[in-house]
Design a protein around this ligand. Structure first.
Ligand SMILES: *[C@@H]1O[C@H](CO)[C@@H](O)[C@H](O)[C@H]1NC(C)=O
Ligand SMILES: *[C@@H]1O[C@H](CO)[C@@H](O)[C@H](O)[C@H]1NC(C)=O
Ligand SMILES: *[C@@H]1O[C@H](CO)[C@@H](O)[C@H](O)[C@H]1NC(C)=O
Length: 550
């Protein structure tokens, strides 16, 4: 929309205008900005230009052009914030520090809930991860003007450059980035929950991108299902090199390039270029980001819901938006990502893309078999588990049902094939491990569930929290017992043998658990006119885990 008049036209228009005709490059498109973090926060619109330089209300046609004479830079505002997740309009960077341009620092969350020094985390170095003024600082409008404004009276121009569009600023080191689960099911999952939630009501309009108008440039990329969330134009890995965010099986890059083919990736050396370009102590310079989502693992862990309960960095992002009603509880907020990847992988193009609370036409049980990897079942228990679940599926089909069982060795399949299996799965079954990350590409329905096998006494929340945040049921199995939320252990446990090759499981117990789960959901339909409503309400209780469980 912004580009209905081209940049060149705008310049021609301007040349015809009075030489006093000054304007700003920085006016956001949003006419009605409001903040989820603080609804009372003042507007992000540029203050009226100073009168000695002339003034004019910026128009859509003139907004993208700047002659370098602007002296008043728009203040930083927080669109939405949860610990570790902050969406800013008009964030600045100079010499490596993220700068919050404001005359009122009290409007901002504490820096330690937004960022950190980016060091790898461990149990003893929290103090070294607390952000300093080198990481984040406030700058007043007057300081900004004197540092970056240039001396207009002697013909200088300002020294601020805009990095246009929407930027993901990822402040984490490779420590966790290089794992499929942490990258896709935490970072991208949390990023999308937060961006989707912040923009779903159109409270703030994303900057428009020329490529989004097909009359300007053709695109072969199918649009994402969500048309309110801004396209992410670039990801900047501040503390990671090019290897640091790529996982061994290659899912991180596959996901990013499939779902966000236009996204530019910058890594630490590119950020260093930007730091160096703004580091000359004699000549103040700054980079301006109109719209940024800043994420930081250490900051997320400082919240009770992440550090004290789920250990999932995406939890503050999802939980904040779920409490505000900005993301639904059956995973449709994520369907742009799921559908985007499934279409890329070659999935059924006629597949219904939205999740629903219907009883599925077909029950597909997919067993992620880890016998070829380090952490796995006893061999005899693996065989018995497969036999028991196969037996269940045959029985159901003899009864006229439509059930399917897949015994999947992920390491023998292509990435495309793995995603296609995940997408058709109703019940995902497997030993705790990275392969269960594929649960984020299941399409939730009334029956969708994840059955995760641990060494008895062992427990981790990775897939439990993630399943529930998509509206799916999660069962933990300890050999011949199981538990589900809210009866899970309150803290994770990693007893000896947790990662070993001798995990026991009673196959007939698991088959029985699955049979009972599906029957209960089906009976819910006949017993209650509105099972979907009931399930949905039950899922609402998941949103307040801290309150529910003290
Ligand atoms: C924790 O991280 C710090 C660096 O921030 C390092 O000096 C220290 O050795 C680490 N401790 C452990 C136990 O890994
Ligand atoms: C940035 O500047 C530092 C110090 O001058 C230098 O060592 C480094 O190579 C520069 N980095 C880049 C990416 O140019
Ligand atoms: C697993 O459960 C079976 C059946 O109850 C039992 O016989 C077996 O001893 C259990 N194994 C372990 C290691 O607890």
């Amino acid at each position: 929309m912004l580009n209905t008049v081209s940049r060149r036209d705008a310049i021609l228009l301007l040349l015809g205008a009075s030489s006093f005709y000054l304007f700003s490059a920085f006016v956001p498109e949003s006419q009605d900005p409001s903040s989820i973090f603080n609804a009372g926060q003042t507007s992000v619109l540029l203050p009226a230009p100073a009168t000695e330089y002339g003034s004019s209300a910026p128009t859509q046609a003139t907004a993208p052009v700047d002659l370098g004479l602007v002296q008043i830079f728009p203040e930083t505002t927080v669109v939405a914030h949860a610990p570790g997740w902050t969406i800013f309009q008009n964030l600045y960077m100079s010499g490596g520090a993220l700068l919050l341009l404001t005359s009122d620092p009290s409007k901002f969350p504490e820096h330690r809930f937004m960022t950190s020094t980016g060091l790898p985390g461990n149990l003893t170095n929290d103090a070294q991860r607390q952000p300093t003024a080198r990481d984040m600082a406030f700058v007043t409008p007057e300081e900004a003007r004197s540092r970056w404004g240039g001396d207009i009276s002697s013909g200088e121009r300002h020294r601020v450059r805009t990095v246009e569009g929407t930027t993901l600023l990822l402040n984490d080191p490779p420590q966790f980035l290089k794992h499929y689960f942490h990258f896709v099911a935490e970072l991208m999952f949390g990023s999308w929950a937060f961006l989707y939630g912040a923009f779903v009501d159109g409270l703030v309009h994303p900057p428009s991108s020329p490529a989004s108008d097909p009359s300007i440039e053709p695109s072969f990329t199918p649009p994402l299902l969500s048309n309110t969330t801004p396209t992410i134009d670039r990801a900047i890995f501040i503390h990671s090199d090019a290897e640091g965010w790529r996982d061994l099986p290659g899912f991180n890059a596959y996901f990013l390039r499939a779902v966000f083919p236009s996204m530019t990736v910058e890594v630490s050396i590119d950020w260093q270029d930007r730091i160096n370009a703004t580091s000359n102590p004699e000549i103040g310079r700054a980079v301006h980001f109109p719209l940024v989502l800043l994420t930081d693992r250490s900051a997320a862990f400082r919240s009770p819901i992440c550090g004290g309960y789920t250990q999932r960095t995406a939890a503050p992002a999802w939980d904040t938006m779920a409490r505000l009603g900005k993301v639904d509880l059956i995973g449709n907020w994520w369907s742009s990502m799921r559908a985007g990847l499934l279409r890329y992988a070659g999935g059924d193009p006629h597949e219904e893309l939205q999740s629903t609370l219907d009883f599925p036409q077909k029950i597909v049980i997919t067993y992620i078999n880890r016998q070829g990897t380090r952490r796995h079942l006893r061999d005899e228990d693996d065989s018995a588990l497969i036999a028991a679940v196969e037996g269940l599926v045959e029985k159901k089909n003899r009864e006229g049902r439509n059930w399917e069982f897949n015994n999947v060795h992920a390491e023998r399949l292509s990435r495309d094939e793995q995603i296609k299996y995940a997408a058709k799965t109703t019940i995902l079954l497997g030993v705790h491990g990275n392969g269960l990350t594929h649960l984020v590409f299941m399409k939730p329905n009334l029956v969708s569930a994840v059955v995760e096998i641990f060494l008895p006494g062992g427990y981790a929340r990775d897939y439990e929290w993630t399943s529930r945040s998509l509206g799916m049921t999660h069962y933990s199995v300890w050999n011949d017992t199981s538990f589900t939320h809210p009866n899970e252990p309150k803290i994770p446990g990693y007893p000896d043998g947790f990662h070993g090759p001798n995990i026991p499981v009673q196959g007939s117990f698991v088959a029985n658990l699955i049979e009972k789960h599906v029957a209960a959901r089906e009976q819910g339909i006949s017993a209650n006119n509105s099972p979907a409503h009931d399930i949905y309400n039950r899922r609402r209780s998941w949103v307040h885990p801290l309150k529910v469980h003290g």
